[in-house]
Design a protein around this ligand. Structure first.
Ligand SMILES: Nc1nc2c(ncn2[C@@H]2O[C@H](COP(=O)(O)O[C@H]3[C@@H](O)[C@H](n4cnc5c(=O)[nH]c(N)nc54)O[C@@H]3COP(=O)(O)O)[C@@H](O)[C@H]2O)c(=O)[nH]1
Length: 763
C-alpha cells in the first residue's frame, strides 16, 4: 500500500517501470518464444496468445493501479472530511498559526470565542489580541518551540474579544514541521476557561476575604481538628490567645494543647458524641490552657464539617473573654469601690457594717461608725478646680489609711465624706479617741503638687452599735446626725449620736490626759489595807491599793481611773510602778521590824497579756530584796480565763519564782471549778458581795461555807474581803475561813499609818 501510494505519488516512476517492463516483455518474450517455438504457425499463434496475456496483465495492472488510486483518494477525502469535521465541530478553538504569529486557519469555535470571522482573523496576529500582561510569556515560549528547545507548551492567557472584553483561555501550542502551508506552522488549541477562571478568582477572593476575616479579629480563635483531635488549622488569633504558633500547634492533639487535664475526659466524650450524632457540642464559657500554663476564659462554639470523600473535621471558635472579664471586674470594682481613692464606697461600707453587726450580735461587743466630713470642701473645688480637689482627697485618703489599723474599715461615702468602721471596741470613748486622731490628721495645711497650700478642717460624728442603733443604715444616719450636730455647734471636733455619751466620753478622755500627767507628776500613791488572821487577829499582810491624789479634785478612786488606765494602755506603766513600790515598801517594813508581812498586789488582766510581767517581777524582787514568797499577786477570774495556755505558763513561771497567787473577787466571775484544779493557786478571796449580808443571808452563808470547804480540799487558804461587822467575822471564823480584810479591822491606810497599826498589833 505504501508502495502503491509511493507510485501514485510519483506517476513518472510508474510510467518508467511500465516502459521498462513493456520493452523487456516484448523483446524478451519474442526472443524466448523464437527459441522455444520453431514452428512459424505455432509461433504466430503463441504470439497472439502472448499479446492477449500482455493485454490482460496490463489491464489487471491498470485496474489495480486505478483501484488503488481511487481507494487512496476516497480515503484522503474521508480523512480530510473527518479532519474538517473534527476541526470545525471541536468544542475547543483550534487554529493554525504561522511562525510569525498570523492566524492561518481557525475553527468556528475559536471564531465564536473571539468574535471574529475567519477572514478577519487571517488578517491579524495572535499578539494583537493577547492581553499585554500575558504576551511576553506567550512569545517567549513560542520562541522556545521555534528553536527546538521544547516541542509544545501550554499556558493560561487572556484574548481580547472583538467587543473589547478579555476572555480567559487555556492555550496549548505545538509546532508542526510538515509544511502544509509551505512552511512549518503552529497548531494552537484554545480552550475557553473564562467561567472557571472567574469562579476561581472569586473563590480565591472569597478565600482571601474569609482568611482576612478569620485573622482580622484578634479575639476570635478558630482551630480545626481531625476527628482524633489532631490540629489542622490554627488562625492568627489562636496564636495570640493560646501562645502556640500555627507551626507548633499543627499536628499536635487538641487535648495536649489547650485542654486542662481536669477537662480531658469530658472533652473526649463530647467529641465522640458530636461525631456519632452530628450535633455540635453546646457553646459554653470555658477555662482553657495557654502554652505558658496560664488559664484563659473563652466562649467556645463548635462545628462539625463533613467534606465529600473526607473524614469529618471539627472546628472550634473561641472568643477571648479576657477583656470582657476585665471589664466585668472593673464594673464590679466600680460598684463597690470609689475610683478616685480606691476606697470602698457607701454600698460596700453598708455591707461590711451589716456583717460586722451580725458578728457583734453573736459575740456581744461594741461597734462604732465614725463619719468624717471636710469643712467647706466646695470652696477648694471652686477656687482651685476639681483636679486640685481630687488630689487633696487622695492625699487625705492616704493619711487616713496610715492612721488606721489594718482591721479598721475606711470608706469614701461620696464627695468629701468618709466613714470608718471600728469593730470590737472596748468602750465608747475609744471611738472618740480615734475620731479625734483622724481629725487631727486632717486639720492641717496640705501642700499640693502645684505648690498650692490649703488649710482644711473637718468634723466627725459617731454612732455606736448597740447603744445607739442596731442596723447599718440607722447607724450611718446616726453618725451623720452627730456630724451635723458637731459642725452646727462649731465644735471643730467629734460628737456622739447621743449627747450623754459625748459628755462621758469627753470626760473620760480628759481624765486619761490628766492621768498621764499624774503619773509624770507622781500623784499616784499606794494605800495598804491590813489582812488579818481570823483566829489570832494578827496582821499577816497588806493589800496594796492605789490612790490618785489629784491637786484639784483630791482623792480619785481607782474604780474611776483603773478602767481608763486599762483602755489607754497606761495600766502597764502603772502596774510596774505598783509592783516596785509595794516590794520596796514591804522590804522597808521588814527592815523596820515587821517580819514576814506579805504584800498582795492587784494585777490587771491586761498586764497578764504581756510576757514582760515575769521579767519585771523578777527584776523587782532582785532589786528590792523583797522575798518572793511574801509577794502575792491577786488575779481576777477573767484574767485566768483568757488565753488559758499562756496564762498557765506564766502562772507556773511565777510559782517557780516563789510568788504566791490569789484569786480576787472569787464567785463573781466564771467560777469554773476546773481552773481551780488547773492553776497553781494559793489563796481564794471571797468577794465582798457574798460577805455583805452574812450571816443572815442563807444562800450567801452557804456559798461562803462551800467556798471555804472547796478551797481547803484543794489546799488553798481563804480570805474574806469587805468584812465590816463582828457578826460577819464570827460567822467566817465558825466556817473555818483563814483570814479577812475590811473596815472592821481597818480601811486602806497610808504606808506610815499601816506601819503604826502593825507595830501596835505586834506589841
Ligand atoms: N490593777 C489594779 N487595781 C487596783 C489597784 N488598786 C486598787 N485596785 C482595784 O481598784 C478597785 C477599787 O479599789 P479600792 O477603791 O481601793 O477598793 C478596795 C478597798 O478599799 C475596798 N474595801 C476593802 N475593805 C472594804 C470594806 O470593808 N468595805 C468596803 N465598802 N470596801 C472595802 O475593796 C477594794 C479591794 O478590792 P479587791 O482588790 O477586790 O480586794 C478594786 O477592784 C481594786 O482591785 C492596783 O494597784 N492595781
Amino acid at each position: 500500500m505504501s508502495d502503491t501510494t509511493a507510485l501514485s505519488q510519483r506517476p513518472w516512476f510508474g510510467a518508467l517501470l511500465y516502459l521498462i517492463f513493456g520493452v523487456a516483455w516484448i523483446g524478451g518474450s519474442d526472443h524466448l518464444l523464437g527459441i522455444v517455438v520453431t514452428d512459424a504457425e505455432l509461433y504466430s499463434q503463441y504470439q497472439t496468445y502472448k499479446g492477449w496475456l500482455y493485454v490482460a496483465f496490463t489491464a489487471a495492472l491498470a485496474w489495480l493501479l486505478l483501484w488503488q488510486r481511487s481507494n487512496a483518494e476516497m480515503q484522503s477525502l474521508r480523512s480530510r472530511q473527518l479532519f474538517e469535521q473534527t476541526f470545525e465541530l471541536a468544542n475547543v478553538g483550534i487554529a493554525h498559526v504561522s511562525l510569525q504569529g498570523r492566524w492561518l486557519k481557525t475553527n468556528e469555535r475559536l471564531q465564536q470565542l473571539l468574535g471574529y470571522t475567519q477572514y478577519e482573523l487571517q488578517g491579524m496576529t495572535f499578539a494583537q489580541i493577547t492581553h499585554p500582561d500575558d504576551l511576553d510569556k506567550d512569545v517567549s515560549q513560542l520562541a522556545q518551540l521555534e528553536t527546538g528547545v521544547r516541542r509544545e507548551y501550554s499556558m493560561e492567557k487572556r484574548y481580547r474579544h472583538k467587543d473589547g472584553h478579555y476572555i480567559w483561555c487555556r492555550l496549548g501550542v505545538r509546532m508542526v514541521d510538515a509544511p502544509v502551508f509551505g512552511k512549518p506552522f503552529y497548531i494552537s488549541i484554545i480552550e475557553d476557561i473564562h467561567e472557571l477562571k472567574v469562579i476561581e478568582t472569586e473563590l480565591r477572593a472569597s478565600n482571601l476575604k474569609f482568611q482576612a476575616l478569620l485573622d482580622s479579629d484578634a479575639a476570635i480563635s478558630i482551630q480545626g481538628y481531625e476527628a482524633d483531635g489532631t490540629t489542622i488549622y490554627w488562625n492568627r488569633a489562636s496564636e495570640r490567645i493560646y501562645g502556640y504558633s500555627a507551626q507548633e500547634a499543627k499536628g499536635q492533639n487538641l487535648l495536649d494543647l489547650i485542654i486542662p487535664e481536669s477537662m480531658a475526659d469530658e472533652v473526649k466524650t463530647a467529641i465522640q458524641q458530636m461525631l456519632a450524632t452530628g450535633k455540635p457540642i453546646p457553646s459554653a464559657e470555658l477555662q482553657l490552657k495557654r502554652k505558658d500554663g496560664r488559664f484563659i476564659s473563652v466562649f467556645s462554639s463548635h462545628a462539625l464539617v463533613r467534606l465529600p470523600d473526607k473524614p469529618p473535621q471539627m472546628y472550634c471558635i473561641d472568643i477571648d473573654l479576657t477583656e470582657q472579664k476585665k471589664h466585668e471586674q472593673q464594673v464590679a470594682y466600680l460598684a463597690h469601690y470609689d475610683a478616685l481613692t480606691n476606697l470602698p464606697n457607701r454600698a460596700s461600707f453598708v455591707q461590711q457594717l451589716t456583717q460586722a453587726i451580725e458578728r457583734a450580735a453573736l459575740r456581744s461587743y461594741l461597734i462604732a461608725v465614725i463619719m468624717l466630713d471636710i469643712d467647706h470642701f466646695k470652696n477648694i473645688n471652686d477656687s482651685y478646680g476639681h483636679s486640685i480637689g481630687d488630689e487633696l482627697l487622695q492625699q487625705i485618703t492616704q493619711h487616713l489609711t496610715e492612721a488606721l489599723q489594718p482591721m479598721d474599715y475606711l470608706a469614701r461615702l461620696g464627695g468629701d465624706e468618709y466613714a470608718v468602721l471600728l469593730e470590737d471596741i472596748e468602750q465608747a470613748e475609744d471611738a472618740v479617741r480615734l475620731a479625734d486622731q483622724l481629725l487631727h490628721c486632717i486639720n492641717r495645711v496640705w501642700t499640693l503638687s502645684n505648690g498650692i497650700e490649703v488649710k482644711i478642717s473637718a468634723g466627725a460624728g459617731i454612732s455606736l452599735y448597740p447603744l445607739h442603733e442596731i442596723n447599718a443604715e440607722a447607724l450611718l444616719q446616726g453618725a451623720d446626725a452627730a456630724l451635723y450636730k458637731a459642725k452646727s455647734e462649731g465644735r471643730n471636733g467629734s460628737a456622739y449620736y447621743s449627747d450623754d455619751l459625748t459628755q462621758s466620753a469627753r470626760e473620760r478622755l480628759r481624765l486619761e490626759s490628766r492621768l498621764r500627767t499624774a503619773i509624770l507628776e507622781q500623784q499616784l500613791v499606794l494605800y495598804y489595807q491590813p489582812q488579818v488572821d481570823i483566829a489570832s487577829g494578827q496582821i499577816i499582810g497588806a493589800e496594796a491599793l492605789i490612790r490618785w491624789l489629784d491637786p484639784e479634785d483630791g482623792l480619785i478612786s481607782p474604780e474611776r481611773f483603773i478602767p481608763i488606765a486599762e483602755s489607754s494602755g497606761l495600766i502597764h506603766e502603772i502596774g510596774v510602778w505598783v509592783i516596785e513600790q509595794s516590794c520596796r515598801q514591804g522590804e522597808l517594813w521588814h527592815q523596820q521590824g515587821l517580819h514576814g508581812l506579805s504584800i498582795a498586789i492587784n494585777v490587771s488582766p491586761l498586764q497578764f497579756q504581756r510576757c514582760a510581767l515575769i521579767q519585771q517581777i523578777t527584776d523587782t524582787l532582785l532589786s528590792t530584796g523583797f522575798p518572793a514568797d511574801l509577794l502575792e499577786l491577786e488575779l481576777t477570774e477573767s484574767a485566768l480565763m483568757t488565753q488559758q495556755a499562756d496564762v498557765l505558763t506564766m502562772l507556773r513561771q511565777l510559782k517557780q519564782l516563789g510568788v504566791r497567787l490569789a484569786i480576787d473577787d472569787f464567785g463573781t466571775g466564771y467560777s469554773s471549778l476546773a481552773y481551780l484544779k488547773l492553776f497553781p493557786l494559793d489563796v481564794l478571796k471571797i468577794d465582798k458581795s457574798f460577805i455583805d449580808q452574812l450571816p443572815k443571808h442563807q444562800q450567801d452563808a452557804e456559798i461562803c461555807r462551800a467556798i471555804v470547804s472547796l478551797a481547803h480540799t484543794l489546799g488553798f487558804k481563804v480570805l474574806a474581803e469587805g468584812v465590816e461587822y463582828q457578826g460577819q467575822r464570827d460567822f467566817l471564823t465558825a466556817i473555818g475561813c483563814d483570814c479577812f480584810q475590811g473596815y472592821l479591822f481597818a480601811q486602806p491606810l497610808t504606808a506610815d499609818d499601816f506601819f503604826q497599826l502593825a507595830l501596835q498589833h505586834k506589841a
